[in-house]
Write a protein that binds this ligand. Structure first.
Ligand SMILES: Nc1nc2c(c(=O)[nH]1)N[C@H]1C(S)=C(S)[C@@H](COP(=O)(O)O)O[C@H]1N2
Ligand SMILES: [Mo]
Length: 320
């Protein structure tokens, strides 16, 4: 995000050489996309040969959720071959291959901080806390692309309630695993590791906030955050931390990784907001992966009816 220019910005808006080179890469992609549109194939299926997907276990007895959008689901191939996952690579096509052998078992998640039940839980016992639901969510990256994904999980509130946070706890912090032996991107100081994200308690408790362990009927792909991630559909994608090993309850607003890296560009809230531009590009429109023309970005990513009240009285330009 910081290093690479989103594909949707005009090259005139940026100057550094690296960005210009990326623009040229995009133009090659765009030419291929023209062919893709003509043949009905999706953009990236031609632009980049798909990595052979590892066969993942099916998840049974998944209930459909009324929170799902009825929009067209983005093809699995696209969602699993175009990823932001800097622990593996800053290149979006590389996490699929680099995460192929990532070990997701055994996996422990530590719950700590201002909470009654401090504990370390095995991920498989977390997954069994509630019945799995399929939630088809829009997911909007701050860089201007979006996807529609049938995630599988259950409300994050289920786990939070089990932990019994103290009334003093006002925020929840999520930390991704630190394992540079398995995650080559962590040998590079592009970000401060481990990756940290945070939510205000009322956001984390909102019924749309999903604790996620599956997608497309299967166990989550490694490159999409296996074995356990969060999905916060009204916020820019970077709020949805992957491969979580620690959940900490606190009375102070957590300092999330991207906010620390570039505070003027990535706020703590990072609610999807077409009216507040990123300092280096507009947030008014987005490109759905696999589609060629852009569509307008919706306030709170289309979830305003459900979540706008969480931010009543706040200045969303200041608290971006
Ligand atoms: N640990 C970790 N979580 C992360 C990221 C990351 O680099 N590391 N990237 C974020 C960003 S910028 C986006 S857009 C989404 C992408 O999720 P996806 O690859 O499943 O589409 O993951 C988010 N979660
Ligand atoms: Mo993102």
């Amino acid at each position: 995000m910081l290093i690479k220019k989103p594909t949707d910005i005009a090259s005139s808006e940026v100057t550094p050489k690296q960005l210009y080179v990326n623009r040229r890469k995009f133009l090659v992609g765009a030419a291929v996309a023209g062919a893709a549109a003509a043949t009905g194939l999706s953009l990236r299926r031609i632009a980049s040969p798909p990595t052979v997907a590892e066969a993942k276990a099916k998840i049974d007895n998944v209930r459909k959720s009324s929170f799902s959008t009825s929009e067209t689901i983005t093809p699995f191939k696209d969602v699993t071959n175009y990823n932001n996952y800097y622990e593996f690579s800053t290149d979006k096509y590389e996490p699929a291959g680099l995460a192929k052998d990532f070990k997701t078992r055994p996996w422990a998640v530590t719950i700590e901080g201002l909470v009654k039940n401090k504990q370390t839980l095995d991920v498989d016992s977390i997954i069994k806390l509630a019945a799995p639901e399929e939630r088809i969510y829009r997911h909007r990256c701050v860089e201007g692309w979006s996807i529609v994904v049938p995630w599988i999980g259950f409300p994050l509130s289920v786990l939070i309630n089990k932990a019994e946070p103290l009334t003093k706890a006002k925020f929840v912090e999520f930390t991704t695993i630190y394992d540079p032996k398995q995650m080559p991107g962590q040998k590079v100081a592009v970000l401060e590791w481990p990756y940290v994200e945070g939510l205000r308690m009322d956001e984390a408790m909102h019924p749309l906030a999903l604790l996620c362990f599956g997608m497309y009927g299967e166990v989550l792909a490694n490159q999409d955050g296996a074995p356990l991630r969060i999905v916060i559909p009204w916020k820019y994608g970077f709020k949805s931390a992957k491969a979580i090993v620690k959940i900490r309850f606190t009375d102070k607003q957590p300092v999330n990784t991207w906010n620390k890296a570039a505070p003027s560009e990535y706020g703590f809230y990072s609610n999807v907001n077409p009216n507040v531009d990123h300092p280096r590009w507009s947030q008014a429109r987005e490109r759905r992966l696999g589609e060629f023309s852009k569509r307008p970005t919706l306030m709170f990513n289309g979830y305003a009816e459900q979540v706008a009240s969480l931010y009543a009285g706040m200045d969303l330009r200041k608290d971006f």
